[in-house]
Design a protein. Structure first.
Length: 469
């Protein structure tokens, strides 16, 4: 059978095995594929996703289950026989199992936890007790620990004994008799040491650890700054509870990035892939923000109504309203996006607010001057062309004052936009809110209203005679 399938693509082989109903051949075929390739098969053949997982060796099935979408995981568990679900959940690392269970309804969690072995059930219930989005939800209790008095030879014996079921053995954790974390030592350093050397002789004190209630975003920054593949997790008494590995942190970083991008676009974060999110759930996620932004834009209409007399006396002012509003909104959206991204990767913190403000003041003035100069020259050029009879008169005898009004207004509006866009994320962070909530649409709406006020205030200065008639 395997010889006949060699000349066919993976998909063709899979389809032939389905048609022939060859269970043994299916199992051998799936167990020979890369984990990522099996995950691709699940995406391509959703009608057979449970069959694919059910026909694999349980340790490989667990590896595939870890990397597929939550919605697909839930469908597979619903379709698998109870005994197969029990095998799968017991085989999953505790952190991945917890990540899967926490998205389920409480009734489903209760039923699935009953399928776990007593020890796995105890671990899972412990992990589910930690706050959502905390390091405790990510950590795994599978790690190698030894005592400070152990020799290198004893440590290697421990590794041989327990490492088969451990997620990573790159780092060995040193504790004392009370269970307190003393240090972590790379496996390489242990292998290179002499057999009789004790662990307390290898300790260097450069330990980096996470608290069990630390935010997952904080953990991402710690990993980034320390270049580690795993970090120990302790409680407030420095008792070693588990470890967090880099693969879990990469998942968190990806989820946080997607969530921030959605919020910056003016919608609530989606818990499921876009194409699998129910229609009315998408409406609910988007409608809230749209209502807020719509009501905010009503303030723009109110501002326009307030200056209606001025617009009636100087209709030429209305020509540049879209230009002024879009320039301020665009500059604010730029600044907001840059600062949110810088905060997400740890480049900017709250203590940097003055440095950010100072930079944005100079940038706002520079960018505003560039746009203001373009606007000023555009009006001047139009007047020159009008004098040569190429085009009609648009700005009237006060064209120069109109040019100054537009040029100065653009400087003020762009400056205000950059300041608003950069300071609002920092202000939200200061008060404990999500900086991504100061999305580009929200900043644009804020700058629209204030931009009109700046524009007409400048117009009162330069077009006083026209507006007083």
């Amino acid at each position: 059978m395997s010889f006949e399938l060699e000349d066919h693509s993976m998909e063709e082989q899979f389809e032939r095995l389905i048609e022939s109903n060859d269970t043994v051949g299916m199992r051998d075929f799936l167990n020979e594929q890369n984990i990522s390739d099996v995950a691709s098969l699940i995406d391509e053949y959703p009608d057979y996703e449970a069959q694919i997982i059910g026909n694999m060796a349980i340790h490989r099935a667990a590896s595939v289950f870890k990397i597929i979408d939550v919605s697909v995981q839930q469908r597979i568990v619903r379709e698998l026989p109870p005994f197969k679900t029990a095998e799968l959940l017991n085989e999953l690392p505790a952190d991945d199992r917890t990540d899967f269970l926490e998205d389920l309804p409480k009734e489903a969690i209760r039923d699935l936890i009953k399928l776990l072995d007593p020890e796995e059930r105890k671990i899972t219930l412990s992990l589910l007790g930690y706050p959502e989005d905390s390091v405790g939800r990510l950590m795994t209790p599978d790690y190698v620990y030894v005592y400070e008095h152990n020799t290198v030879d004893e440590v290697l014996n421990v590794i041989r004994k327990v490492a088969r079921n451990i997620e990573t053995v790159d780092v060995i954790y040193i504790i004392n008799e009370k269970g307190e974390l003393i240090d972590d030592i790379k496996l390489r350093d242990i292998i290179l040491a002499t057999p009789e050397k004790r662990m307390d002789d290898l300790v260097d004190g450069r330990i980096v650890s996470l608290n069990v209630i630390d935010d997952q975003e904080h953990a991402t920054q710690v990993f980034k700054m320390n270049n580690r593949v795993a970090l120990p997790v302790t409680d407030d008494n420095n008792i070693l509870l588990g470890i967090v590995t880099i693969d879990d942190i990469l998942w968190v970083a990806d989820e946080e990035f997607s969530e921030d991008m959605q919020k910056m676009g003016g919608t609530e974060a989606l818990e499921e892939p876009y194409l699998e999110t129910p229609f009315f759930k998408l409406i609910k996620k988007r409608a809230g923000w749209l209502i807020v932004l719509f009501i905010s834009e009503m303030l723009t209409a109110t501002a326009m109504a307030y200056f209606s007399d001025e617009l009636a006396k100087a209709v030429v002012l209305s020509i540049f309203v879209p230009l002024i509003m879009s320039s301020g909104g665009n500059s604010g959206s730029q600044a907001s996006t840059l600062i949110i991204q810088a905060m997400a990767v740890g480049e900017v913190t709250l203590i940097d607010w003055w440095r950010v403000m100072r930079r944005e003041i100079f940038q706002g003035l520079t960018l505003g001057s560039i746009l203001g100069t373009i606007g000023f020259l555009r009006i001047c050029l139009w007047h020159v062309l009008m004098q040569h009879g190429i085009i009609g008169d648009l700005y009237g005898p006060d064209w120069l004052m109109v040019a100054f009004t537009v040029g100065i207004s653009l400087i003020g509006v762009v400056l205000w936009g950059t300041l608003s866009g950069s300071m609002l994320p920092l202000a939200l962070k200061k008060f404990g809110a999500d900086p991504a909530a100061s999305s580009a649409p929200f900043v644009a709406t804020l700058v629209d209203v204030t931009g009109l006020i700046i524009y007409f205030s400048v117009a009162f200065v330069f077009l006083k005679d026209m507006l007083s008639k």
